[in-house]
Design a protein around this ligand. Structure first.
Ligand code: SF4
Length: 348
């Protein structure tokens, strides 16, 4: 394997590489065989990181973990406290990951770092009691806490299953939360904002209902939720992309996303914003940013993630008209609206 390709570049959010720091977390995008599901929005057919060759894919994740941990040591000054294992599938899918190499990876992280938290991505039905116990026991021996990250996507069963093809019934998700609660652990549900074409009021209400439901589950089960919300982006060669090409799907706009985020104030649950598409979106397929300073957006979202202070969102929304005016002047002195809904573009 060519280790040069594993070297992350900064600013890390501008590129998409194998492993990189994100604030005080360290993200590892494992190159494994991909998920057998085909959710309509998912770029899963693009093996992580979209720049990896097919012959690099392996369900033995230990060599990748070894490399990532060595690389992570360069970022000692960031006080990295959590490692996030991401992949084009599920860490508990034996087609994607060799269970033994997962256990050895946990040992390696425990032995070679001071990191105390480990996130891993999986589907809900694969997190059975036995497997969760096995992973928790191994992590405890390695002095690590584990947090499963599970794609829940959205509250409406019709949208989640009929439109997005997630094939995740509510009962399965809730059973998994019960499994996690047995060991009084934490959970990272992954949720999409505007996952289907709908009127603004409709998808915003759906997003609110999703986060409110997770807050209620947290209160009922004691499982500490860190709800990850992400504006849906259009990935190439997906059913969503076809809709986008036909002009039937329009991406979320920044202001609507922020207003939606603001509506979560008062829900007693921690919210985490995933602010970018990790370069997987087709041209114009990512959230429409209407200001000239995406760096301000990134900084403020990072601060919001650290604090969950909704005053940050209020402040950014108050600044937005001035930032948009600045962007208009910079990008289009002739005065046309550069933020009109962008015509659907062919895939690069
Ligand atoms: S969203 Fe998850 S379950 Fe669906 S295809 Fe992508 S990785 Fe598989």
């Amino acid at each position: 394997m060519n280790s040069e390709r594993r070297v992350s570049r900064e600013p890390f959010y501008m590129g998409f590489d194998f492993c990189y720091p994100w604030g005080d977390e360290f993200i590892v995008e494992l190159a494994t065989p991909t998920c057998p599901y085909r959710c309509t929005f998912c770029a899963i057919h693009i093996p992580n990181s979209g720049k990896r060759e097919a012959d690099e894919l392996s369900n033995d994740i230990l060599p990748q973990i070894r490399f990532a941990i060595d690389y992570c040591k360069r970022f000692k000054s960031r006080n990295i406290f959590r490692i996030n294992l991401s992949l084009a599938g599920s860490l508990l899918d034996t087609n994607s990951v060799d269970p033994e190499s997962l256990m050895l990876a946990i040992d390696h992280i425990g032995e070679h770092t001071d990191i105390k938290w480990l996130n891993f991505e999986t589907r809900a039905e694969l997190l059975t009691g036995d497997r969760y116990d096995e992973i928790c026991d191994r992590a405890e021996s390695a002095n690590l806490n584990v947090i499963p990250a599970v794609g829940y996507e959205t509250r409406s069963s019709r949208v989640r299953n009929d439109l997005l093809h997630k094939f995740l019934p509510d009962e399965v998700f809730e059973q998994m939360v019960t499994t996690v609660s047995r060991r009084h652990r934490a959970l990272k549900p992954l949720c999409l904002i505007k996952p289907w074409e709908a009127a603004v009021d409709e998808w915003r209400q759906e997003a609110f209902d999703t986060v409110a439901y997770l807050a209620r589950l947290q209160a009922e089960t004691g499982v500490e939720m860190e709800v990850h919300v992400a504006p849906t982006y259009v990935a190439p060669e997906t059913p969503l992309y076809k809709q986008f090409q036909q002009g039937k799907y329009h991406v979320v706009r920044e202001r609507d996303f922020l207003e939606t985020l603001r509506s979560f104030r008062g829900l007693d649950v921690r919210v985490w914003v995933c602010p970018h598409s990790e370069t997987r979106a087709v041209p114009h397929g990512d959230m429409v940013q209407t200001c000239a300073r995406p760096d301000i957006y990134m900084t403020l979202m990072h601060e919001f993630n650290m604090t969950n202070d909704y005053g940050i969102i209020d402040g950014y929304l108050a600044m937005l008209p001035a930032l948009e005016a600045e962007a208009r002047a910079l990008r289009n002195p002739a005065g046309d609206d550069p933020f009109r809904q962008v015509p659907n573009a062919p895939c690069a």
